[in-house]
Design a protein around this ligand. Structure first.
Ligand code: PLP
Length: 413
């Protein structure tokens, strides 16, 4: 099927030249990268920052008096400052550097919740969470006898806010909710939800893995207690992420892990822990990853988060409209307020077959359950194909996606 292609609309953001990985052929076709919700590509500035550290400045941080260690420490701590300002945290002590969203959430479950929880206490999550925002809470519930309550969602993939509110009560010790759903793209109305939870003194953790790459985050404006995110979904390296925590809460929490750097003094009689945020950063950290994440923030700021949000909003609208025109198309995730992620199935083609056929045409999408099995169960399916956009995607990418889906349909006809 031939469609008119709307390629003459000037993009708000035009930055493909900055991303070397985008300029390659895959299976004989120019690469179209639409798997950004899983992991995004890195601009040259991030790759160079990491290479520069490895080439010139590699040494351990916080420990050495020599020049290379000082340079490494300055770049590492400089990235923390950038992170603080990027998400508008009130203090650099509130920026705990972790290996990613998963570790950040586990840290809160084990260090903030576990000591407080007793049998009968409740933790509330929602039906659309990533496994990283389900399993850490199941673990802590098993350890303490607390109960995990799940707020339902509707057919559009929106959390049922009334049901969620009904779950919030005095015995709830934590509300943990995705800012943006990775499987469905839903943007939850987190500011309103946080206000309601706080009215009952319930602390709130936002899983921001899919929020930070797409919109400006201001943790003070959101008034969240914890915000977790990963570097590799925001154009930085893998194996690095952040836990933002309100200082008063972090201060009162016991360390998550023991080891070097998280201590002030150790003796066999006992240990005095380091001040924030180092109390939560045991052992040698991912130094190059953190430096790369700092460069990713510089890059995002140079493009402008408002430009990115606007660019992706327009692209999402275009992608949704184009996909809807494909015969046999079923879209999953049709919330009113969405980020640039679209899950779909077409005819009765298995999502993995669809992904493989698209890959043969150079189009990279994600297929399967997207680490959100309860979402798949809700829709009665085993998985979806998911196209997820980033700042470097454009309408041509979407045209290529739709052409590739058409070709898959033709193959299976
Ligand atoms: C919403 C959400 N939360 C958590 C995670 C886990 O992130 P990471 O694997 O970087 O820890 C992901 C990753 O896909 C995600 O999309």
């Amino acid at each position: 099927m031939t469609r008119p292609q709307a390629q003459n609309v000037a993009p708000i953001v035009d930055c493909r030249a900055d991303f070397p990985a985008l300029h390659q052929d895959v299976n004989g076709c120019p690469l179209v990268y639409l798997d950004n919700a899983a992991s995004s590509q890195q601009p040259s500035s991030v790759i160079e920052a990491v290479a520069n550290y490895h080439s010139h400045d590699h040494a351990n941080v916080h420990r050495g008096v020599h020049t290379l260690s000082e340079r490494a420490t300055d770049a590492y701590e400089g990235a923390r400052d950038k992170l603080q300002s990027f998400i508008s945290a009130s203090s650099r002590s509130e920026i705990v550097l972790t290996s990613g969203t998963t570790e950040s959430i586990n840290l809160v479950a084990q260090s903030f919740c576990r000591p407080k929880l007793a049998a009968g206490d409740k933790i509330v999550i929602t039906h659309l969470e990533h496994h990283s925002n389900i399993v850490p809470w199941q673990l802590v519930c098993e350890q303490t006898g607390a109960e995990l309550l799940v707020a339902p969602m509707n057919q559009d993939g929106e959390v049922d806010n009334e049901s969620l509110e009904n779950l919030l009560a005095d015995d709830v010790c934590m509300l943990a909710i995705a800012h943006v759903s990775n499987a469905l793209g839903t943007i939850n109305p987190v500011k309103e939800i946080i206000a309601k939870a706080h009215a009952l003194n319930i602390p709130v953790l936002l899983d921001g893995a899919q929020g930070v790459p797409h919109m400006r985050i201001d943790v003070q404006e959101l008034d969240c207690d914890f915000y977790a995110f990963s570097g590799h979904k925001m154009f930085g390296p893998t194996g690095v992420g952040v836990l933002y925590g309100r200082e008063t809460l972090l201060d009162a929490m016991p360390p998550y892990q023991g080891g070097g750097d998280m201590i002030l003094e150790v003796s066999f009689d006992g240990t005095i822990y380091n001040e924030l945020p180092y109390k939560f950063e045991a052992g040698t950290p991912n130094i190059s990853g953190v430096i790369g994440l700092g460069a990713a923030i510089d890059y995002l700021i140079s493009v402008g988060m408002a430009n990115i949000a606007q660019h992706e909003e327009q692209l999402l609208e275009y992608m949704t409209e184009e996909l809807k025109q494909v015969e046999g198309m079923r879209l999953f995730g049709t919330a009113k307020n969405k980020a640039s992620v679209q899950s779909f199935l077409v005819d009765d083609i298995h999502s993995h077959d669809l992904g493989t056929i698209l890959d043969h045409q150079g189009v990279a999408i994600r297929t399967g359950h997207h680490c959100a099995m309860p979402v798949m169960k809700f829709f009665g399916i085993s998985g979806t194909a998911r196209a997820s956009l980033a700042l470097y995607n454009n309408r041509e990418d979407i045209d290529r996606l739709v052409e590739a889906v058409d070709r898959a349909r033709a193959l299976f006809a």
